[in-house]
Design a protein around this ligand. Structure first.
Ligand SMILES: *[C@@H]1O[C@H](CO)[C@@H](O)[C@H](O)[C@H]1NC(C)=O
Ligand SMILES: *[C@@H]1O[C@H](CO)[C@@H](O)[C@H](O)[C@H]1NC(C)=O
Ligand SMILES: *[C@@H]1O[C@H](CO)[C@@H](O)[C@H](O)[C@H]1NC(C)=O
Length: 497
């Protein structure tokens, strides 16, 4: 249990408590944030599965080349696509955001794995669950599988993944129908994961890196957006709004970190100047992440793109600090950071992660950022901002509500998540068909299965939360909300004050 016991303890000690003064159990939140990924697993679950109400699903996710098609003429066999993650509250495997979540899990371990204690093992498992799948999705040279599952049919049903009977269509990009963003993001995920695994399993690490190199070459050589190649199968679900230039540089940056090859440093130098979205970071736009990552890689280098990168990383920080004259984000009166679009907590977790990493860089280089108007951003201030966002998520907010399922005294009970909201297979063995789930979607009961560790889209700008299953903008968890949070919680677990 979370803070109730701590609350009693602190009260007994005679401390005056405000909501924001609550102490959080970052270690507990860390364990739970990683456990969440087990609830999102697709495929054959291992005996070590801890989220036991979930069962095997989508074991038929296999691409079978139709005899009469010319779409993938080079494929002669079946392609096994079992595994990977459901990205949110539905049962589609969207490889573009899945790859970003994997890159962020790997980055979390690279930066803060040393603070994860016994949870490190589970974080490695969470990464491997994705990389095993990405090795399958990139196993045929010249093709990268971008998605499995017909998203229209899936979204039209409210079904458990274990019962799913909508078409599991597999979509690939190829030389003729390229998808540089999805391919380069998968390359980034494989390269980042290879760095994680180098210490624990060198053979596996090498395999991941070799594949990352090939997939990046494919992404770069056959340029185009999967928007155009796969059209309505990917848009309006995960449209690539920001173009694929950012994923190419991001992929190159991870490959540079993994290989130290000058080829990738040159690639960054030549292409980073095209990136203008310095304030953005998420599954679509990688720009701020690139600048933070590369600023560390270039610490002792005389690369000619270094001033551009550092300047943009600083501008990113100044676009977030509430006291900065160039602030671009909004804050609720309770202190939560807001950016336009849905799933707002993705911004709070991703920005907090970048702030902690960049704080480390500033400290190493003994630097503070001048945001103008006598506002300076110190490493300490960056950490304070990150901590404020995390504490808000864990319950230090006007609604006294934790936005992580299963953490704290009060948390979301009706999350927009098919598996969590329908009775588990253990409780209800019979098949629940496409529309059979509507009863569970529509009712006001709490979800029967706790998706422990899931962080939802979060409250509205007035710091209030309706806890409504239908309100997916606020009540749906996603893998890319949690993935950066894993690193942030690990950091605060070992730096509680
Ligand atoms: C992808 O599609 C969206 C929505 O139609 C559009 O706004 C965006 O510019 C497209 N991106 C690319 C790279 O073509
Ligand atoms: C950069 O150079 C300094 C001084 O030579 C050294 O102490 C530091 O470890 C180097 N940092 C990196 C990241 O290589
Ligand atoms: C939150 O907790 C504080 C302190 O216990 C209390 O004063 C406040 O009324 C609570 N707010 C809500 C919305 O429950």
């Amino acid at each position: 249990m979370g803070f109730p016991q701590r609350l009693l303890f602190i009260l007994a000690a005679g401390t005056i408590l405000s909501v924001t003064g609550l102490e959080h159990n970052y270690g507990e939140a860390l364990s739970k944030s990683i456990l969440f990924f087990e609830g999102q697993r697709s495929g054959k679950l291992p005996p070590t599965q801890r989220m036991t109400w979930r069962k095997d699903s989508a074991l038929q996710d296999v691409y079978i080349v139709p005899a009469d098609t010319t779409v993938l003429p080079f494929l002669r066999n079946k392609v096994d696509l079992v595994g990977g993650y459901y990205d949110a509250g539905d049962n589609v495997k969207f490889n573009f955001p899945m790859a970003f979540s994997t890159t962020m899990l790997a980055w979390s371990v690279i930066e803060f794995g040393k603070f994860m204690g016994p949870d490190l093992k589970h974080a490695l498992d969470a990464i491997r669950w994705a990389t095993e799948y990405f090795l399958k999705a990139t196993s045929i040279p010249g093709f990268v599988f971008a998605q499995v599952g017909d998203p229209y049919a899936d979204h039209n049903c409210w079904e458990r993944p274990e019962d799913m009977d909508t078409p599991r269509t597999a979509f690939a990009v190829s030389r003729d129908f390229p998808g540089s963003e999805v391919s380069a993001e998968i390359a980034a995920a494989l390269a980042a994961s290879s760095i994680v695994y180098r210490k624990y399993h060198l053979g596996y690490s090498t395999r991941l890196l070799q594949r990352a190199i090939k997939v990046f070459d494919f992404a770069d050589k056959y340029r185009g957006s999967y928007n155009d190649s796969l059209g309505p199968w990917v848009c309006p679900f995960y449209c690539d709004f920001s173009g694929y230039q950012d994923e190419l540089v991001w992929g190159a940056a991870w490959l540079f970190k993994a290989t130290k090859r000058p080829y990738y440093a040159d690639y960054i130098d030549k292409n980073v100047h095209n990136l203008k979205n310095f304030a953005e970071f998420g599954w679509d736009s990688k720009d701020a992440g690139i600048n933070v990552l590369v600023s560390k890689l270039l610490i002792n280098s005389s690369s000619n793109s270094k001033p551009f990168i550092l300047n943009n990383a600083d501008k990113f920080v100044c676009s977030v600090l509430p006291e900065s004259p160039s602030v671009l984000v909004s804050y609720s009166s309770g202190g939560l950071l807001f950016k336009p679009g849905g799933s707002n907590l993705q911004h709070a977790t991703a920005i907090s992660f970048l702030f902690l990493v960049y704080a480390g860089y500033l400290k190493q280089t003994n630097k503070e950022i001048d945001c103008g108007g006598k506002v300076f951003a110190s490493p300490k201030r960056l950490k304070q901002i990150a901590r404020g966002q995390v504490d808000y998520i864990l319950g230090s907010n006007p609604a006294n509500m934790s936005y992580m399922v299963g953490y704290g005294a009060k948390y979301p009970e009706r999350i927009h998540h098919r598996a969590s909201s329908l009775p588990s297979v253990d409780e209800h063995r019979g098949h629940i068909g496409c529309k059979g789930g509507s009863f569970y979607f529509d009712n006001q009961n709490a979800n029967p299965n706790l998706l422990v560790g899931a962080v939802v889209g979060g409250p509205d700008m007035k710091d209030s939360y309706a806890d409504s299953r239908a309100d997916f903008v606020h009540s749906e968890p996603t893998t890319y909300i949690n993935a950066p949070l894993v690193g942030v919680l690990a950091y605060f677990n070992s730096h509680p004050s």
